[in-house]
Design a binder for this molecule. Structure first.
Ligand code: RB5
Length: 159
């Protein structure tokens, strides 16, 4: 499994902790930066990680800014990305099981390292359920994405 990792200056320290945590478990990490705590712009790093996930270069992505909000807003602009802003392990797990999330966003100024590692672990150890209702809902999300990125006007299924 290859994890794409990215952060702005506000997520830089937590990103390094998460990177070490993943590497200790033998997980391959592609660290897209930032590589210092100098101020920078979260959309730049969200885009790099989201593109790598959308193009299949990374299996999943983890993005960290001050709150996790800017990263999630930005990553969700990239086609094929379902970025979950999760600050607790239950949300992280359910975002995989129910929403097929492929990027996890966290706030480096909001949560501590211990909690962050539990969140990451919950996210990575869960997978999408094959229950029909969740597949149907994710498909509807994909139809929304198609409609607003390609002008597609496919009708939503009834029910
Ligand atoms: C940076 O100061 C901060 O605004 C950013 O990291 C993030 O929290 C935005 O959503």
């Amino acid at each position: 499994m290859i994890i794409g990792l990215g952060a702005d200056h506000a997520g830089y320290h937590l990103k390094n902790i998460v990177r070490s945590y993943l590497q200790q478990q033998g997980i391959t990490v592609r660290d897209f930066g930032t590589h210092t705590d100098a101020p920078c712009d979260y959309p730049d790093f969200a885009l790099m990680v989201a593109n790598a996930v959308a193009q299949g270069e990374c299996d999943l992505g983890i993005l960290i800014c001050g709150t996790g909000v800017g990263m999630s807003i930005s990553a969700n602009k990239v086609k094929g990305i379902r970025a979950a802003h999760a600050q607790d392990p239950v949300t992280a797990r359910l975002s995989r099981q129910h929403n097929d999330a492929n990027v996890l966003c966290m706030g480096g100024r909001i949560i501590g390292a211990e909690l962050a590692m539990e969140i990451v672990s919950a996210f990575l150890n869960a997978s999408f359920t094959d229950e029909e209702r969740h597949a149907r809902r994710v498909h509807k999300v994909q139809m929304l994405e198609k409609r607003y990125t390609e002008g597609e006007t496919e009708r939503e299924p009834a029910g």
